[in-house]
Design a protein around this ligand. Sequence first.
Ligand code: GTP
Ligand code: MG
Length: 242
Amino acid sequence: PGTIRGEIQFEHMYFWYEDELPVIKDLNLTIQHGETIALVGSTGGGKTTIVNLLCRFYEPKRGRILIGGHDYTDLSLQAIQSRIGVVLQTPHLFSGTIRENIAYGRLKASQQDIEAAAKLVGADHFIQRFEHGYDEQVGEGGVLLSVGQKQLISLARAVLSNPEIFIMDEATSSVDTLTESMIQKGMEAIMQDRTSIIIAHRLSTIKTAHRILVIEDGQIAEMGNHAELLKLKGKYYNLYTR
Ligand code: GTP
Ligand code: MG
């Protein structure tokens, strides 16, 4: 049925990096098409690793990942990455113009589409202030951008690619309040009707998620919505009532 398209399943997934210390331990999780999941938890718990695996920057050592009901190792890397729009914790822009960074190889994207995507996420605001606007050079030798601004450009890129699955790894480094509220609005615009996984540090993002997962030591320590987890008075409660 059509509802399975953006469904994600982790089945008995294990992962370790080259040092072989276990990072993800027997992760089992089904994320419904259109659902918004927030991953929270203390540093080093394995949240970014889960994103690395889902984007297939790495593959599970044991167990598997299914996207839209298919084992993702049966799909091409390109097919997987074209279905996922991702904003990384430390976003990387390549050397080129802002326009090229938003289009990201989509040669058919028109200037109108690019600007519409930037407007939707609130990136247009700071881009317009550059001398060359969308033609300003970024990356090596270009203008310096904050992490928040890079995330906004990545958000515009994600909007333009119209993915089934949206992943956001919120920056842990400081983002000014204006940029932060732009990011928040941009995320809300993308998350509509899409399967979304948000690694969240801001309570505003977390509260609106359908399900919150506290990830600790590579496992799901707690799961529920904001009200349920507060009532539990456990790890989530301790993280967010301090
Ligand atoms: P924060 O972003 O700080 O909140 O942490 P996180 O939950 O995203 O944790 P992450 O997935 O980045 O890390 C999980 C564990 O894997 C930690 O023990 C890290 O030190 C380790 N780790 C992460 N990336 C690498 C890597 O590239 N190589 C190795 N060897 N270990 C890594
Ligand atoms: Mg991380």
